[in-house]
Design a protein around this ligand. Structure first.
Ligand SMILES: [Zn+2]
Length: 175
């Protein structure tokens, strides 16, 4: 009996121990990707750039934008033609901010947050509400929101859950 009892106990212990043995290692949290940007060629919108960056950084876990360093996102000022970006959608690109579009009444911080959104992998959603930054000029000049919504922020975190891709040759132009 005693023997059986011991055996019984041994069997009972085993599954717990076995469970411990086979527990999958906890998933390592994705390391935070730091994307460096350079806004030196956008002299008139330094404060707006810093605010747009803070708006994104405040919502993201897997990726952060940081000024200086080996920049892969470059911001430029243009005069006419509309604001746009040429990007691989994964942290590499050139952003062009049109001073005429600002003069028409579009909020510069919102435009910059929108163009960063493309470099973080988000498409345009012009029919979307003002609460989204990717609705861009869709909601009109009265829309001054420059803070991404929760869905936009979650999509960007997902886009960078597997890290940062090296410079990609394929770049697309998005307004
Ligand atoms: Zn756009």
């Amino acid at each position: 009996m005693l023997r059986r009892l011991t055996l019984g106990m041994a069997v009972i212990m085993l599954p717990f121990a076995a469970a411990q043995l086979v527990a999958a290692p906890a998933e390592a949290a994705p390391s935070v990707v730091t994307l460096h940007y350079d806004a030196s060629d956008l002299p008139d919108y330094q404060a707006e750039t810093a605010q747009a960056v803070a708006n994104w950084n405040g919502l993201e876990h897997n990726v952060q934008l940081s000024a200086g360093g080996n920049a892969t996102i470059l911001l430029h000022e243009v005069n006419g033609g509309g604001s746009y970006t040429q990007t691989d959608g994964h942290g590499n690109g050139d952003i062009y901010i049109d001073v005429q579009q600002v003069a028409q009444g579009f909020d510069p911080t919102r435009i910059i947050a929108h163009e960063f959104g493309h470099n973080l992998g988000l498409p345009d959603d012009y029919s979307g509400p003002c609460e989204e930054v990717m609705s861009g000029h869709g909601p009109g000049t009265s829309c001054k929101n420059a803070v991404p919504d929760a869905q936009e922020a979650a999509q960007v975190d997902q886009n960078f859950a597997n890290g940062f891709a090296a410079t990609s040759s394929r770049r697309v132009t998005q307004d």
